[in-house]
Design a protein. Structure first.
Length: 341
């Protein structure tokens, strides 16, 4: 064997050893996903949201888990094809779109980025901040309904169709496929959203919406009715985990420097009244929707999502919280946790 051949052969051995060590260092994501699915498949706690009539009709036994790593590997269990309405998870991506278009300060100055300390659809919370318009609401954010409707109103466009095309386009890019509106949910929600209409009118009266609150409420209702499955949601979460780049399509959906602000609001306000409890136990920025979806982000590692319609009293999927917590604990997803030495 020549000296050159020996050197080349040695280099191959070193590369193989490094690859083996890398593989050994990677968590067994599929095992963790499978274990959580098996553990919580028979859990029957919670009940479907019913204040939107169409949501009460969704199969409560639906249960799907998907995890997507930042290098594009996909791990799943259960039903990852059946679509549910995205609901409040859409707020994250419309907020991100506004930040992408208008800069990291845009949402903070117009709406605010603090937890409200009130219910997600509170009108009292709007009254509490009406005197500080222009300085950034001290206790409002784009993940509660008043802030979310205002964020939708901030998406630029010459017409409702132009604004909608930008909203659905951003969601499509994050999910890596063309998404559509679940028309039955959209109609059901439009027929029963009088409270959101009142919120929209108040936000116009107090200066948070600059014009046409009716359009803002309608587009917000439509974005909440987008159909997604567990894999779609996990891909959207993974896009945030991968510094704004969809890890499968490779498209840069959100500028990397704008991702931390989005994750920060998710961490403080993503799970309604239980956001603090969730962060305390998992450390993961997350967002739930009353359609039964829940996404969570382990920055630089993975995005994860679960679809399971039955909710707890705070409006968060019971099985989704349990499953994501178990999986994250198994694979070291908590960014605050000490690393093993």
């Amino acid at each position: 064997m020549s000296r050159f051949t020996r050197i080349a052969f040695g280099a191959v051995l070193v590369a193989m050893a490094a690859s083996t060590l890398y593989a050994q260092a990677q968590p067994d994501y599929q095992q963790a996903v499978n274990a959580a699915y098996k553990q919580f498949q028979s859990l029957k706690e919670g009940k479907n949201a019913d204040y939107i009539p169409a949501l009460a009709k969704v199969d409560p036994n639906l249960f799907g888990i998907a995890l997507v790593t930042v290098d594009g590997k996909v791990f799943t269990a259960g039903d990852i094809k059946t679509e549910v309405s995205i609901q409040s998870i859409s707020k994250v991506f419309t907020m991100a779109q506004v930040i992408q278009e208008q800069g990291i300060d845009s949402v903070e100055k117009r709406i605010g980025v603090d937890a409200t300390g009130a219910r997600f659809n509170s009108i009292i919370a709007i009254e509490g901040v009406r005197n500080v318009v222009g300085t950034g609401a001290p206790e409002m954010n784009p993940l509660v309904n008043p802030g979310a409707i205002s964020a939708t109103s901030m998406v630029s466009g010459a017409s409702a169709d132009a604004v909608w095309n930008k909203i659905i386009g951003f969601h499509n890019d994050a999910a890596g496929r063309q998404l559509t509106v679940l028309q039955d949910v959209y109609k059901s929600e439009s027929d029963s959203n009088q409270r959101n209409q009142a919120i929209g009118a108040l936000m116009l009266a107090y200066g948070y919406i600059k014009n046409n609150w009716q359009q803002a409420v309608d587009l917000y209702t439509r974005q909440c009715s987008i159909g997604v499955n567990a894999k779609d949601l996990a891909m959207m979460a993974a896009t945030l985990a991968a510094s704004g780049k969809n890890p499968v399509s490779g498209k840069q959906v959100l500028d990397a420097e704008k991702v931390p602000g989005v994750l920060a609001v998710m961490a403080t306000a993503g799970l309604y009244d239980d956001s603090g409890k969730w962060l305390y136990h998992t450390g993961l920025p997350a967002k739930s929707g009353v359609g039964g979806g829940l996404i969570a982000v382990s920055p630089g590692k993975f995005g994860i999502a679960v679809v399971s319609p039955p909710l707890d009293d705070a409006g968060n999927s019971v099985r989704a919280q349990r499953a994501i917590t178990a999986i994250s604990n198994a694979v070291g997803g908590n960014p605050y946790a000490a690393k093993a030495r």
